[in-house]
Unconditional design. Structure first.
Lengths: 137, 436
């Protein structure tokens, strides 16, 4: 299978046990980052991008981009679909939804993923970006 | 050492009520029977950051203050606000819900809660065509066919299958899982799907198409296509036969249909499917609810205002319109000018556009722990963990109210959500009177 630089995928978010545990008082700690700054990919998609487990990838959607670690999905095959646990990393690239009912689009998001050398930001870093945004306005 | 029995788990909507907590004085040393999620919630994670003192932000830095000072600051923010929003409530008890709505009505605010980022579309569909519902106890004792559609309880409600649907022996299901057929429909072969007798892998956003085809087959029509939404037609026929031949069936659904393309129309199709199936057998349907008391918040706001979520009290009377008054709508349009957040982390759980607006407006937050939301707040109140450190009422996902137990004392001097909200209400009334 030939190596490509980036891949169009459908991004979908949802619950995992690890993400659920990290909800309890540790949403700004390493536990939350380890549980939620990850993206589970089909082995064929990993191969197309020549990715190895825990390598950083950038996910780009209409809302912006976020860097997370690539993980080999245990729920494969689901080629073309990437799964990201619920949390601040997933929501950084989640659209607010366009169905007219005020519900975010957590599932079926058009996205592009690519390997990156950029680092995964801490939850704290993301919050500081939001606070800087406040100061600019 | 002492063991508190029959504790109700305050994590997910399953509200497992068989938990045992072993205490050494006021310290939890063991949580028995709970899943990983429940055990973490009851005992707390090792590196959890518990909030112990009220804080207000001065020059972008938090300063510890007394409850009275924090209450005054919160009331002042609400007095100035012209378009405040109240949000959260999924992880607190029903008296706190009631008190928050009383305050929101006094202030003139939007009152919204977790369905607006979760099962809101499901509620909208249920309002339109109704729901054939029953209790989880009935399913445990009677159901021989269980369908999980667009949900993964093994990761979100880890004891759902073992307590209510698949593995327990029931009054009419003496042989437990040997007498039950489990079907899972999902886009991935999840941990739940791996336990199914029949797994149908559906294409993303194919829910409405699939449900419509299944409804047509159940009603005796022929489908000419070989596949629908990626599922071979013969498999949909097989599922139709399983469902029609059930003695007592139950269909559970999650955001896998409510948050995909079509939203409430997908849920509408699922509710209609179950209505159709009741021409042949007994079949029931239930949304899998995430936070332990989101069903309770929905019940409380409905009996007070008449509406289940996204309620505006801005004009002094309730108005309901999810697209207009839900959290994501109000915040992504940049409308709210203050927020009161109770038992929730909308900064962590909302799209970035919503997070960005939260960062711009004064927020008053009640939470036992530090979260992304408390970090962005102007006023933070520590509170007890309801269902562990204080009692109250919660509603299970099947609408059954269950009394939460107090297992241990909370940190010294820390109040419940209800008490803090009541203090803010009193101070707000006082400031409003002085202003007039």
């Amino acid at each position: 299978m030939s190596e490509v630089q980036s891949l169009k995928i459908i991004l979908t978010s949802g619950r995992t046990i690890e993400q659920g545990v990290s909800l309890v008082g540790t949403k700004i700690t390493k536990l939350a980052k380890d549980a939620t700054a990850v993206c589970f990919l089909d082995p064929n998609d990993m191969e197309k991008l020549h990715l190895s487990e825990d390598q950083n990838i950038e996910i780009q959607t209409s809302e912006g981009s976020i860097v997370v670690r690539a993980k080999l999905s245990k729920d494969a095959p689901h080629e073309g679909i990437a799964f990201i646990p619920l949390g601040i990393y997933a929501n950084w690239v989640t659209p607010p939804g366009d169905a007219g009912i005020g519900v975010p689009k957590y599932k079926g998001i058009d996205a592009i993923i690519s390997p990156t050398t950029k680092k995964v930001l801490e939850v704290n870093d993301l919050l500081n970006i939001l606070l800087e945004h406040k100061d600019k306005n | 050492m002492k063991t508190v029995t029959d504790v109700v788990c305050p994590f997910c909507g399953s509200l497992c009520d068989d938990i045992e907590v072993v205490l050494d004085k006021n310290n939890i040393v063991e949580v028995k029977n709970a899943c990983q999620l429940g055990a973490a919630k009851i005992a707390g994670n090792v590196d959890s950051k518990r909030l112990l003192k009220p804080m207000i932000k001065i020059d972008n830095k938090f300063v510890e203050v007394s409850y009275d000072e924090a209450v005054t600051k919160a009331a002042e923010i609400l007095i100035k606000a012209e378009f405040p929003i109240f949000y959260g409530f999924g992880s607190t008890e029903a008296d706190a819900h009631r008190e928050s709505i009383k305050l929101a009505e006094e202030v003139g605010a939007i009152w919204d809660h977790c369905p607006s980022v979760c099962h809101g579309p499901s509620i909208m569909a249920i309002q339109e065509i109704g729901l054939a519902g029953c209790t989880l106890g009935e399913i445990r004792n009677r159901s021989d066919v269980i369908v999980y559609l667009g949900c993964n309880p093994m990761e979100a409600h880890p004891r759902h299958m073992s307590r209510y649907t698949t593995f327990p022996r029931g009054y009419f299901r003496d042989k437990g899982f040997q007498e039950r057929t489990v079907v899972v429909i999902d886009i991935r072969q999840t941990e739940t799907a791996k336990l199914a007798n029949l797994f149908l892998q559906i294409e993303p956003d194919g829910d409405f198409e699939f449900l419509s085809a299944l409804r047509a087959i159940v009603r005796g029509h022929e489908i000419k296509a070989d596949k629908v939404a990626g599922i071979p037609t013969e498999k949909i026929i097989e599922l139709s036969e399983i469902m029609k031949n059930a003695k007592h069936g139950a269909l559970f659904f999650g955001l896998g249909i409510a948050s995909t393309k079509g939203n409430h129309r997908n849920v509408d199709a699922a509710l209609s499917l179950v209505r159709d199936l009741n021409e042949y057998t007994k079949f029931y349907i239930m949304p899998l609810r995430g936070h332990y008391n989101v069903t309770g918040a929905q019940a409380v706001v409905t009996w007070i205002s008449g509406y289940p979520f996204a309620v505006s009290l801005l004009k002094g009377f309730p108005q309901y319109n999810p697209g207009e008054f839900s959290l994501t709508g109000v915040m992504s349009r940049g409308e709210a000018d203050a927020a009161v957040i109770v038992a929730s982390d909308p900064v962590g759980n909302s799209p970035k556009k919503v997070m960005e607006h939260f960062a711009k407006i004064p927020m008053i937050t009640l939470d036992p722990y530090e979260t992304p939301t408390t970090r962005l707040s102007e006023v933070v109140f520590p509170v007890t963990k309801s269902g562990v450190e204080s009692e109250g009422t919660a509603y299970r996902m099947d609408m059954v109210p269950i009394r939460l137990r107090k297992v241990k004392s909370g940190p010294e001097g820390v109040f419940t959500d209800y008490v803090v909200l009541n203090k803010i209400w009193k101070k707000y009334k006082e400031l409003k009177k002085n202003k007039q």
